[in-house]
Ligand binder design. Structure first.
Ligand SMILES: *Cc1c(COP(=O)(O)O)cnc(C)c1O
Length: 396
């Protein structure tokens, strides 16, 4: 079969689901209500931000939350509210979005960039333990791709060394670990509503936390240093305006009713991919030994619900990776090459980030590709398009 990149017929010619999906009636009504009310800002008496915050705290199994403009600022505010700042080190994984490190820099602390588990690509307790110094103040596990980091493992190390734990849950709305929701497993958890995320208002973020004093401190960071319930022009702390708008919250609130069914749909798609991959034969002349040419990156121990922000595939292709990605796109199945290791970004190290050796992350950057959550929202029967295109490209 001629590859589409060489003029053959593509496996798929229809578009993948649009993201965001069309507004539903509940969103349209709530957004219109907020617009008509004139109460667009979060401090004018409207209830959308407060309702969203309460809903996310509940979803995360904790009491408190603060809605913010985006998750980058949310991670910064959580760190700052938890007392992390200049002179402190924060341990972050190397295989993640750049904001996991730049939020630490924004707080004035040093991101210590450590390797991830070579198999599941998440942070582990052992790696954190090995990176702890006298200056380590916090650790930031990332619930990468929608599957939770092994939080019991990481929390045990954090307790032993007195570290704060900020969960980067930007990709993991609704995910759970050992039956417990993410976001509430550390001192604070941060969600993103940026345009690529599984719940979006174009931009947006939300911090959740368990402890009342932590909530007051984080709220103050996000509200110009005010005291919760205090004077409008009283600013006992240094803080900023990091708030979400009511209009954004109105887009997001009705989404919570669809979250479970959307997670189930993405998981159904992935289950079909796994079935299909199991049936892919080895290409002729394949030299990977017992290693499958394509495999789904497994979840860390303890995952009970993966929200499937990304389907991560480890691909051992016998030829150039850029060509592989172009060939897949030409077949109508565009995949993403994923993150470069954070430690290789000169801007971060020049700004003071300290990378540890990260061989597993470097291998992931070479071998792992992603299918994004919006594509996983397609009919699970269309998982065959991915499998067919992979088969075609690998056997070509
Ligand atoms: C998207 C993302 C962020 C940043 O979220 P924004 O809302 O865009 O600031 C941080 N960490 C991870 C892992 C992300 O995927």
């Amino acid at each position: 079969m001629t590859l589409a990149i060489h003029g053959g017929t593509p496996v798929r010619t229809t578009p993948w689901p649009a993201w965001p999906p069309p507004l539903d009636d509940a969103q349209r009504k709530l957004v219109t209500d907020v617009l008509d009310s004139g109460l667009w800002g979060a401090t004018q008496g409207g209830s959308a931000c407060a309702d969203l915050t309460a809903a996310f705290a509940r979803l995360s199994g904790v009491r408190y939350g603060v809605a913010v403009g985006n998750a980058t600022l949310g991670l910064f505010a959580a760190l700052r509210g938890l007392g992390v700042g200049p002179g402190d080190e924060v341990i972050v994984p190397a295989y993640t979005f750049v904001a996991s490190a730049t939020s630490v820099l924004l707080a004035g602390a040093v991101p210590v960039i450590v390797d991830v588990d070579p198999v599941d690509l998440h942070l582990t307790g052992a790696v954190v333990e090995a990176a702890v110094t006298g200056r380590t103040a916090a650790v930031m596990p990332v619930h990468l791709a929608g599957s939770p980091a092994d939080m019991d493992d990481i929390n045990a190390v954090a307790v032993r060394h007195g570290l704060k734990v900020v969960e980067d849950a930007a990709q993991a709305h609704g995910a759970s670990y050992k039956g417990r929701p993410v976001g509430g497993l550390g001192d604070a958890g941060v969600y993103s509503f940026q345009a690529s995320k599984a719940m979006t208002a174009g931009e947006g973020g939300l911090i959740v936390c368990r402890d009342e004093a932590d909530h007051e401190a984080i709220w103050s960071v996000c509200n110009l240093g005010r005291k919760l319930g205090g004077q409008w022009y009283g600013h006992p702390n240094v803080g900023w305006n990091l708030r979400l708008t009511e209009i954004q919250a109105a887009l997001l609130l009705p989404w919570l009713d669809r979250l479970d069914s959307e997670i189930a749909r993405r998981n159904a798609f992935v289950a079909e991919v796994e079935r299909g991959l199991a049936a892919i034969g080895l290409p002729e002349g394949y030299e990977g030994g017992a290693r499958q040419p394509v495999s789904v990156v497994p979840q860390p121990p303890g995952t009970t619900l993966d929200s499937r922000h990304l389907l991560m595939l480890r691909v051992h292709v016998p030829y150039d990776r850029a060509f592989f990605l172009e060939a897949m796109a030409a077949e109508g199945v565009p995949l993403d090459g994923g993150y470069p290791p954070l430690g290789t970004m000169a801007a971060l190290t020049e700004a003071g980030a300290r990378p540890e050796p990260c061989p597993a992350t470097e291998a992931a950057s070479r071998e792992v590709v992603w299918m994004r959550q919006s594509m996983l929202m397609d009919d699970p029967a269309h998982a065959s398009h991915l499998v067919e295109a992979l088969t075609k490209v690998l056997h070509a």
